[in-house]
Design a protein around this ligand. Structure first.
Ligand code: NAD
Length: 275
């Protein structure tokens, strides 16, 4: 049974307060999945830092959550640049006095057949997904080790487990994040830090909307066929996963009450991939 105080703080957070006063940094949170995670964490009482390449969109997303700026901060950050990650993470920690949750979510997609893949594009994708995850993790761990607790969530993909044509660096990077999460789980355990991966199926965000015409061209099929025969073919019900579905999974992992759940990857994909 909840005490009177607990009940009123749940009301204060207006969503249940599962993350009351926790500090969360979410990268790539000016758009799509990250934005919805920031919103749902804030609804559950967290103080959220929206870190994104697009600084003005990050600030707009933060002020949409809290116009007073007391519980949401927008920070410009290219996750693949060491100095920007160091200064952005320091700003986040200074502003809210700690760090409890990192959601390493920023990502891009670049599609092309492997045989023609441009080396610079390969390196760009890997650096956003993998260098970005490493740099934000390292900065987060320093603070989490001081606090002796923390939860790190990586945005993987069904492509952390499966492959698709035309997506070589993306599939490579998303598989790599599972390896990183397992190492963080092992090294972080002694410091109360856990790490897990969410692996969504296709979600209608700008990242996917951009791919549909690109894949249609590359595969020589219609956009409707890209959705039906490439994106959703293996799902159990032909449905897209939603940003809310992924945010709910992130909330579950972030709010999990012990370190029992660590080093895992959770697939949220309408059954596209089953393990
Ligand atoms: P999105 O394009 O809507 O949002 C991505 C955000 O990342 C944008 O705000 C962008 O500005 C930001 N970003 C890009 N490069 C960055 C950088 N170098 N530094 C900081 N921020 C940067 O995309 P989304 O669909 O919300 O994707 C979010 C994550 O989810 C990505 O890691 C993506 O791979 C993953 N994912 C998406 C889907 C999907 O179907 N949409 C499925 C599985 C996994």
């Amino acid at each position: 049974m909840h005490s009177q105080n607990e009940t009123s703080s749940y009301k204060h957070a207006s969503g249940g307060g599962r993350l009351l006063d926790k500090v969360a940094v979410i990268t790539g949170a000016a758009s799509g999945i990250g934005k919805e995670i920031a919103l749902s964490f804030a609804r559950e009482g967290a103080k959220v830092v929206i870190a994104d390449l697009d600084q003005s969109a990050a600030q707009k997303a933060a002020s949409d959550i809290d116009p007073m700026g007391k519980r949401a901060l927008g920070v410009g950050m290219d996750v693949s640049k060491e100095e920007q990650v160091e200064s952005g993470m320091a700003q986040a920690i200074d502003t809210f006095g700690g760090l409890d949750i990192l959601v390493s979510n920023a990502g891009v997609q670049i599609v092309a057949p492997l045989v023609d893949f441009d080396f610079d594009k390969w390196k760009k994708l890997l650096s956003i997904h993998l260098d970005g995850a490493f740099l934000t993790t390292r900065a987060a761990l320093r603070q989490m080790y001081r606090q002796n607790s923390g939860s790190i969530i990586y945005m993987g993909s069904v492509h952390s487990k499966e492959a698709s044509p035309l997506k070589a660096p993306y599939v490579t990077a998303k598989h790599g994040l599972i390896g990183l999460a397992k190492v963080v789980a092992k090294e972080g355990a002694a410091h109360g830090v856990r790490a897990n991966v969410i692996c969504p199926g296709f979600v209608r965000t700008p990242l996917v909307d951009k791919q549909i015409p690109e894949q249609a061209r590359a595969l020589g099929i219609s956009e409707a066929d890209v959705i039906k025969t490439a994106m959703l073919k293996e799902t159990v019900d032909g449905e897209f996963t939603t940003v809310q579905d992924v945010a709910e999974a992130a909330l579950f992992l972030a709010a999990f009450p012990s370190n029992a759940l660590t080093g895992q990857s959770m697939v949220v994909s309408h059954g596209w991939f089953m393990q």
